[in-house]
Each structure stands twice: as C-alpha cells, then as structure tokens.
Design a protein around this ligand. Structure first.
Ligand code: ASP
Length: 404
C-alpha cells in the first residue's frame, strides 16, 4: 500500500501504465464472486432450519440498519465540528450539473428481489435476486435430502455434495488469487493517487480529513466497541478483517471483495450458515462508510454553496435518507457518489447547471476515488463485524479460534 501511494504521488499521471496490473486483481476477484455466493449460500441454507435462518437474517438486517444510521450521525457530527468547506471563486466549473437523480421506488425495489430470470440476475451481478433464489434452492434441497423416497434423497445429497465441492474449491481459488494481492494493491493505489496528485488532495484537505476521521471513529467506537461488548477481542477481529479492509480499500467494490470478506469470516470461526448469507447481503445493503461520507459531504456542500449549517429538521431527513440510501447503493466503485445526489435533494440542494451546489458537488466528485477507498474499506469491515457479532449471539462462532 505504502509503495503504491508513494509511486502515485511521485510519478503522478505518468504512472498510469501500471493500471492493468491493478485491474487484473479486481477481475480475478470478480470472476469468482457469483460462484462463491451461489455455492456457499446453497450449502449454508441447506444445513440450517428455515426458522433459524429467519432468526439470523432478522438480527443481521437490524444490526446492518442500526450501524448505518449511527454512521450517518457520526458523519453529520464530524461535519458540524470541523465545518469542512471551500470558498467558491466566481466562475467555478460545474461539471456535475445536469446529473440525473434516480428516484427510489420502494415497492419496485422490493419486487426486484424476486428474479424473473435467474440467469439474467447472475450475469448482471444483481446480488439480491441471486441471494433470494439460492436461499430457496438451499431450503428446498434440505427437504429433498430428507425425503422418504430413497431416489429423491439420493439426488438431493448428490446436488448438495456438488455444491459443497464447488464452495470448497472457491475458497482455494480465493487463497490463490490473494497471492497476487500485493502487486494488485500496489498498482491500484499508484494509479489512483497518480490521477489525483498532491495538488488535488491539498485543496480539499479539510473535507478529506473529516471524512476519514469519521471512518476511523466508526471502526473504533462502533465495530471494536460492539465486538468487545460481545466479549470478543477487537484485535483478534482486526487480524482477520484487515485483509477484507485492504481489498475493499483498493478495489473500491464491496461486491468484488465478497470472496475475501467470506474468507476472513471463515478464519474468525464464523459458521458458513451465517456468513454465506450475511456477507453477500451486507455487500449490497450495509454501507456504513458510504453513510458517513454522505453525512460529511452533504454538510460540506451546504456550507460551501449556501454558507449555512443543516437545520435540525434537515439533519433528521439526512439520517433517514442516507440510511435508506445505503440499502440502495450497489457495492461497486462510485455508487455512493451518485446516491449522494438523492441525499442532497432531500434537503433541497439541487444540482442545477452553473449553480454553487453543482460546483461544490463537482469538487467532491473530483476526489471520489479517495473517499470511495475509505468508505468501501469501512463497508466491508462492517459486514464482517456484524457477521461475527450475530454469529456469536446465536452460538455459531467457533470460540476456539478466538482464544488462539
Ligand atoms: N464503492 C462502495 C462499495 O462498494 C459503494 C460506494 O460507492 O459508496 O461498498
């Protein structure tokens, strides 16, 4: 990581030739995401009773939502304390103007969880429909295995052991791909920092500082705090979670990091029944880093464009919208910056051509690579932390791994 950042800052844009070496790492990870999600989820769901699965699922979702709401509050508090803003010069470039704000349609979003064409969901990386199908498939499979008709039970066991085999194979492939991680990580960071450069960073120093401080506070207070409250050792958690953290940081994709986050949970002794479901779900709906970023950035844009702080009513609106937005944000690079538009709209900050709001938003967009690294690292760490906590609470955490 350090070498990559240094190379980027020293050589600037001329280091761009290194990009393919970084892209290779992301492609290798993405290559195995779908097979991992499907095979682990089917074997996970097949080995657990639907009632227990529902109980785990409810806890995971509640914890994901609560930590995200808390994250927005941290972002807003950091924004209120450090008041990041820049003084706009007359003709600020408003390259962000005219960006479309997609409308959130709740009933359609919920309906979309049920796929009409399962293969299409797999090929377009739509995680929620794939989760839905795989869980139903797994539950159906467990009934098939228990069937009184011998040939049906035999078929069921055959399918189950095939899925188990694929899932184990994917774990091995993740391990092999991670051998390439140091080179991929260095190349990705060199390219990202080369593109931004020292000058880009310094003008927005306060905004970057505030967002990253928010990320750090959230990790220490919320994740380490909750882990410790459950009687677990936060440092032991970090030992395994850091691989996911670093991969999230450089790949800027929670989705692409799924294999590594799952591997981290496996090493922590979390049962597959929990992580097979919670990690892909978290990569889609749990975005604490994105929530913090939105809290700080909406304050930055408000201050820069209007000179005013958010009112208490606006703060309430931001907490609600940003928490909901984190569910709707896809785990891919840059998604959070688009969702920020909706949070801005909710408090009346419209990106009209040539407006001060557009100029302030453009500044945030200019540094999105940096913000996105931190928020994705936090997003995936949050998935792993909530997973470990829920696993502990339902007795599906191998404590032997925590005492070593
Ligand atoms: N890149 C983030 C992620 O994959 C989402 C975002 O842009 O906020 O988790």
């Amino acid at each position: 990581m350090a070498l990559g950042i240094t190379l980027g800052l020293v050589f600037g844009k001329s280091i761009a030739w290194i990009k393919p070496f970084g892209d290779l790492f992301i492609r290798l990870l993405k290559m195995i995401v779908m097979p991992i999600i499907i095979s682990t989820l089917i074997t996970g769901a097949a080995s657990i009773s639907p009632v227990k699965l529902g109980k785990i699922g409810a806890r995971v979702v509640v914890l994901y939502l609560l930590t995200s709401a808390f994250a927005v509050c941290i972002g807003l508090a950091a924004g209120a304390i450090f008041k990041p803003h820049v003084v706009l010069e007359g003709a600020a470039v408003a390259s962000a103007a005219g960006k479309e704000v997609a409308k959130l349609n709740i009933s359609q979003t919920l309906l979309n969880i049920v796929p009409t064409n399962w293969f299409a969901s797999v090929t377009t990386d739509s995680v929620l429909p794939v989760i839905f199908f795989s869980i139903l498939f797994g539950i159906g499979l467990s009934y098939l295995c228990e069937s009184k008709k011998e040939h049906m039970a035999e078929n069921g066991k055959l399918i189950l052991s095939f899925c188990e085999g694929v899932s184990e194979l994917m774990v091995n492939m993740t391990g092999a791909i991670m051998q390439y991680a140091p080179i991929g990580v260095c190349a990705l960071l060199a390219n990202a920092f080369g593109g931004i450069g020292l000058k880009g960073l310094s003008g927005m120093g306060m905004a970057v500082f505030t967002v990253f401080l928010g990320y750090a506070v959230h990790i220490v207070i919320v994740y380490f705090g909750l882990i410790a409250l459950c009687g677990l050792n936060p440092l032991r958690f970090w030992r395994d979670a850091k691989d996911a953290f670093i991969t999230g940081f450089v790949s800027r994709s929670s989705y692409g990091t799924v294999p590594v986050t799952m591997q981290a949970c496996e090493r922590m002794g979390v049962s597959k029944e929990v992580y097979s479901f919670s990690i892909p779900l978290g990569a889609t709906i749990n975005m604490d880093g994105t929530a913090i970023y939105q809290g700080v950035c909406v304050t930055f844009i408000m201050l820069t464009a209007t000179g005013a702080m958010l009112t208490p009513a606006q703060i309430g609106t931001v907490i609600l919208t940003a928490t909901l937005m984190s569910i709707g944000t896809a785990g891919v690079p840059g998604a959070g910056a688009i969702m920020l538009l909706m949070v801005m709209e909710s408090v009346g900050l419209k990106v009209d051509q040539g407006s001060a709001v557009a100029a302030a938003y453009a500044m945030i967009l200019g540094l999105d690579a940096i913000f996105d690294m931190g928020r994705t690292a936090l997003n995936v760490t949050g998935d792993a932390a909530c997973t470990a906590i829920v696993a502990k609470s339902v007795g599906l955490l191998d404590m032997g791994k925590w005492n070593s």
